[in-house]
Write a protein that binds this ligand. Structure first.
Ligand SMILES: NC(=O)c1ccc[n+]([C@@H]2O[C@H](COP(=O)([O-])OP(=O)(O)OC[C@H]3O[C@@H](n4cnc5c(N)ncnc54)[C@H](O)[C@@H]3O)[C@@H](O)[C@H]2O)c1
Ligand SMILES: O=P(O)(O)OC[C@@H](O)[C@@H](O)[C@H](O)[C@H](O)CO
Length: 502
């Protein structure tokens, strides 16, 4: 039977059946840079929840951050609507919540609709800017300012929009924005502010504008947590049968969510998430971040290359595999948890994370987690290596093994159309990382001739690259030696066999 595609006209006709309350009359109050899975399954879902209870009464305009986005046309095709399916196990009970989210009013492509984006920026109704452009988006790019066109980088776009707003509304009360980036980067708000100021200076924008940024705008640091697995490509028919219509932006994820916002100004009343029972804290980030990045993202990064090269597809399968699963558990229990002062708190957190990892409904692909995995290793596992070494005076062998696996994962089998493809273990994946990182690994692996000396040469070259690690990792006693031994073992015996040996 042919099913209808989700759109406003259709859903309003059948709204009773789908329990859909129209909010088409609400004003746009949020400018959002980013339209990816995470924002749709997390922030926009939260705004929808607030609107449903009459606690925010505002809509989100989603702006595509890069030239080649595919989501904005899909969003507009569905009048900004999409479905979230949040499924998991809570206290042993199956939880499933299916909702049609209507907090996004429209999507804009700034490369084709810059004038429209400027109009949004000058609207006095817009109070907030939210973003998620991945870690790569929160970086500085030298670019020329042309007010008639969208800058390329995220900080460039934000600076241009702030400048436009300043010129239109700068003298008015409350002309500035509350800016809440959701990228998983330490001190994301502070960093974004520095990037905006640097961009403004490089464009020679006025001192009054720089001053206005400081006095009228608020940049918040945040920590976000929810596993959003996105569009269920392999299981879409099963999902469509369940919801009874076609949704090309269907977004899957887990029910668990945590949002910590460290804001210099009390905003509890403007965004009263707590009043509707959402797990949102206006608080200092560090204690939450330490647990989450070390004990959730850390194990994800630990298992990504190791599991993938063992032929495993998802986080759940990795956790349940006899060899890979024990490798992950051993590393968490013997290497990661002991680096915490409050071991009990860390252990409790690990128990809840383990439950989330084996969520039977989450098809969380290891190859998605392996996106930008080299940078993630630096931020999510290197700190634990150092803390562990400082406390126990030797290196944590499972994490170092996972570092060796990362080298093997980044050993390109061939290069085609600017893409680095696969390794000798599995030839059918594209290694997705910054070009500089890919080129470094590719060049380093060109030294490899099967000898242990050539492995040593290549690891020394990669570990000494300060542009990636901000330091020479060869200076960490034993690190290079252990990585060389493990790489040699992996290449000689295969990933799984060498995993069993440690
Ligand atoms: N999916 C999750 O479970 C989850 C949970 C917490 C945090 N996150 C964070 O979200 C990020 C993306 O996850 P997603 O699932 O939404 O992915 P996604 O692919 O659906 O969305 C990525 C977004 O980032 C933009 N982007 C990518 N590279 C960029 C660049 N160089 N400059 C500007 N914008 C860029 C894309 O255009 C897109 O809007 C992750 O890196 C992570 O930091 C994801
Ligand atoms: O989203 P990434 O690519 O930064 O990292 C992969 C996962 O570790 C991450 O998405 C977690 O699932 C998420 O951070 C949970 O909140």
């Amino acid at each position: 039977m042919k099913m209808n595609q989700l759109n406003r006209e259709w859903i309003e006709k059948y709204q009773n059946k789908h329990n859909f309350k129209s909010s088409v009359h609400l004003e746009e109050k949020i400018l959002q840079i980013g339209e990816g899975n995470f924002l749709r399954g997390f922030l926009d879902w939260m705004i929808f929840k607030l609107n449903q209870q009459g606690k925010f009464e505002g809509k989100v305009v989603a702006v595509q951050p890069t030239k080649h986005g595919k989501v904005v046309p899909k969003l507009n095709q569905q009048d900004g609507l999409y479905t979230t399916v949040l499924r998991g196990i809570d206290d042993g009970e199956k939880v499933e919540k299916i909702e049609i989210i209507d907090s996004i009013s429209r999507g804009l492509n700034p490369y084709e609709q810059w004038d429209e984006v400027l109009k949004v920026a000058e609207s006095p109704m817009i109070q907030f800017v939210f973003s998620n452009t991945t870690e790569s988006g929160l970086t500085y790019k030298e670019e020329v300012y042309d007010p008639s066109q969208s800058p390329d980088s995220f900080p460039g776009k934000l600076t241009a929009l702030l400048y436009h707003r300043f010129n239109k509304l700068g003298m008015e009360k409350n002309s500035g924005w509350i800016i809440i980036p959701c990228e998983l980067v330490d001190f994301n708000g502070q960093l974004l502010k520095e990037l905006v100021l640097k961009t403004a200076e490089s464009w020679n924008l006025s001192d009054q504008f720089l001053q206005w940024i400081e006095t009228e705008n608020i940049f918040c640091n945040t920590l976000v947590d929810r596993i959003v697995t996105g569009y269920p490509k392999d299981q879409i028919e099963e999902y469509e049968e369940k919801i009874g219509y076609v949704d090309i932006l269907l977004t899957t994820g887990e029910p668990y969510h945590l949002f910590v916002i460290d804001s210099p100004k009390d905003m509890r009343n403007i965004l009263p998430f707590h009043e509707i029972g959402l797990n949102v804290h206006w608080d200092e980030i560090k204690p939450y971040r330490d647990l989450k990045v070390k004990l959730l993202n850390g194990p994800h990064t630990l298992m990504a290359a190791v599991g993938f090269l063992c032929g495993i597809e998802t986080v759940k399968e990795a956790m349940e595999d006899e060899i890979v699963g024990s490798f992950i558990q051993n590393s968490i229990n013997e290497e990661m948890v002991p680096t915490f002062d409050d071991v009990k708190k860390a252990t409790n957190y690990v128990n809840s994370v383990t439950e989330r990892f084996i969520n039977p409904f989450n098809k969380h692909l290891l190859k998605d987690i392996a996106l930008n995995t080299v940078f993630k290793f630096k931020t999510r596992l290197m700190p634990t290596i150092k803390l562990y070494e400082g406390k126990f005076h030797h290196l944590p062998k499972y994490i170092v093994f996972s570092f060796a696996a990362l080298f093997v994962y980044c050993k390109p089998y061939k290069q085609e159309n600017n893409e680095f493809i696969g390794s000798n273990f599995s030839k059918d994946y594209v290694i997705k990382d910054k070009v500089e990182v890919l080129e470094l690994f590719s060049k380093a692996w060109s030294h490899y001739d099967g000898s242990i000396q050539s492995i040593q040469k290549l690891t020394t070259e990669v570990l000494s690259d300060r542009s990636i690690w901000d330091e020479d990792l060869n200076e960490i006693t034993d690190l290079n030696h252990m990585i060389v031994t493990y790489i040699n073992d992996i290449l000689g015996h295969g990933m799984k066999a060498s995993l069993s040996r440690i």
